[in-house]
Design a protein around this ligand. Structure first.
Ligand SMILES: Nc1ncnc2c1ncn2[C@@H]1O[C@H](COP(=O)(O)OP(=O)(O)OP(=O)(O)O)[C@@H](O)[C@H]1O
Length: 200
């Protein structure tokens, strides 16, 4: 359990968390999570398996209620969990059309144009992750909440993801991403869950 405070200092606040705490199975998972996230910023959530990264992201997305504390969301958000949330019977083209993704450049950014006619269930794990990422990119949401977004991606597509995240932040977006790896998030603030208590 760790007491954490991260204060944003630039521009418009897109989301803030105050005094967030969560108990799971009678055990405090985390407490006193405080931060504001402003346009252009990113927070990288790290910590061992089971330390609460996915739980915190789901709380930020409004999918879970914290035991204590509050989240204020000021802009629309796009959440990508461990699961891609795809309708796997759909072709790639049909799935993206269902989401209103008409922008060919977004489609091409992750090299999906050749995969358009194929059912999602026939795609590899990394290919399916790329489709799910295109959904986030095309959502128009200024706040991206990403849980292990690079899982299954090869080096080239990891670079595409890093570029897309840079571009999003330059365009006034912000990102909270949980990861065990280096996502290439430049100047990201680090929020580490679990491990040795460190309360300031
Ligand atoms: N629905 C649930 N009910 C009870 N406990 C849960 C539930 N979901 C998760 N947990 C527990 O909460 C803890 C944190 O889980 P979480 O998935 O947030 O961790 P994580 O840091 O994202 O882990 P990983 O690095 O493995 O993805 C774990 O001990 C998990 O067993």
């Amino acid at each position: 359990m760790k007491c954490t405070s991260l204060q944003g200092d630039r521009g418009e606040t897109l989301i803030s968390a105050s005094a967030l705490g969560m108990v799971r199975r009678d055990r405090p998972l985390f407490r006193n999570i405080e931060f504001t996230l402003s346009a252009g910023e990113a927070i990288q959530l790290t910590g061992p398996n089971g330390s609460g990264k996915s739980t915190l992201l789901r709380i930020l997305a409004g999918l879970l209620t914290p035991t204590v504390g509050a989240v204020v969301r000021r802009v629309p958000l796009s959440y990508l969990g461990h699961r891609n949330g795809l309708t796997t019977a759909n072709t790639v083209a049909a799935e993206l059309a269902d989401w209103g993704v008409a922008d060919e450049s977004v489609f091409r950014r992750f090299g999906l144009e050749a995969l358009g006619p194929f059912p999602l269930r026939t795609l590899s794990q990394g290919q399916q992750r790329r489709v799910a990422l295109v959904r986030v990119l095309a959502s128009g949401a200024r706040l991206w909440l990403l849980d292990e977004p690079a899982v299954g991606l090869d080096a080239e597509n990891r670079n595409h993801l890093a570029e897309a995240m840079d571009r999003h932040r330059l365009d006034g977006g912000a990102i909270v991403a949980a990861t065990h790896d280096d996502l290439g998030l430049q100047d990201a603030r680090q929020l580490e869950l679990g491990g040795r208590p460190r309360c300031g």
